[in-house]
Design a protein around this ligand. Structure first.
Ligand SMILES: [Zn+2]
Ligand SMILES: [Zn+2]
Ligand SMILES: [Zn+2]
Ligand SMILES: [Zn+2]
Length: 165
C-alpha cells in the first residue's frame, strides 16, 4: 500500500520550486518585412550552464547530472514580454500603419504611384500585419514550452554552438 500514497508526494515535490532548466532567446527581432527570420532559442541547465534540450530530465553534463525541470511558459524574449510589435515601436508606426507609405499602400514619386514594396500594398506593418502585436507570441507576452522547443530545433539545425559571439 505504501507506493499508492508515495507517488502523489513525489509529484508534488517535482512541481515545487524554480525550474532548473532555463532558456535564452537568440537572433531577431524582425523590423522590416525583408529581414530574415533568424530567431531561435537555446535551452540549458541553470546549475552548470551546459546546453540541455528543453524537456529532458537530466543535465547532459556528466559532472553535473542535475535533475532538470522546465516551466510550461516563458516570457517572450523578442518583444521584451510586452506583447507589442517591435517593428511598430522601432519604426514609430502609429496605428501599425506601414512606415514607408504611411498606410496608403502606394509610393508617390514623379507623378507615379507604384505599390509600396515594404507592405506590398496593404498599408500595414509588414511584420504584424496591422495587429500591433508581437508576431511570435501573438501578443500573449509569453511562449509555451512547445513554441520554445520549435525555436530550439531551429538553432540546432543551424549548428547551435556557433551562435556564440
Ligand atoms: Zn548541469
Ligand atoms: Zn507591427
Ligand atoms: Zn507600405
Ligand atoms: Zn512576443
Amino acid at each position: 500500500m505504501k507506493r499508492l500514497w508515495l507517488l502523489p508526494v513525489a509529484l508534488l515535490a517535482a512541481c515545487g520550486g524554480q525550474p532548473s532548466g532555463a532558456v535564452r532567446f537568440m537572433g531577431g527581432p524582425r523590423i522590416r518585412s525583408a529581414d530574415p527570420d533568424n530567431r531561435a532559442a537555446e535551452s540549458y541547465c541553470l546549475t552548470c550552464g551546459t546546453k540541455a534540450y528543453i524537456g529532458i530530465s537530466k543535465c547532459p553534463n556528466g559532472k553535473c547530472q542535475q535533475k532538470l525541470t522546465w516551466s510550461e511558459t516563458y516570457p517572450c524574449g523578442f518583444c521584451g514580454a510586452t506583447g507589442d510589435c517591435r517593428a511598430c515601436r522601432v519604426l514609430d508606426q502609429a496605428g501599425s500603419a506601414c512606415f514607408n507609405c504611411k498606410g496608403t499602400g502606394v509610393i508617390t514619386y514623379e507623378g507615379r504611384t507604384p505599390q509600396c514594396p515594404q507592405c506590398k500594398g496593404t498599408g500595414k506593418c509588414g511584420i504584424c500585419a496591422g495587429s500591433g502585436k508581437c508576431d511570435l507570441c501573438k501578443g500573449n507576452k509569453k511562449l509555451t514550452k512547445t513554441e520554445v522547443e520549435e525555436l530550439v530545433k531551429k538553432l540546432d539545425k543551424k549548428g547551435g554552438e556557433e551562435a556564440k559571439p
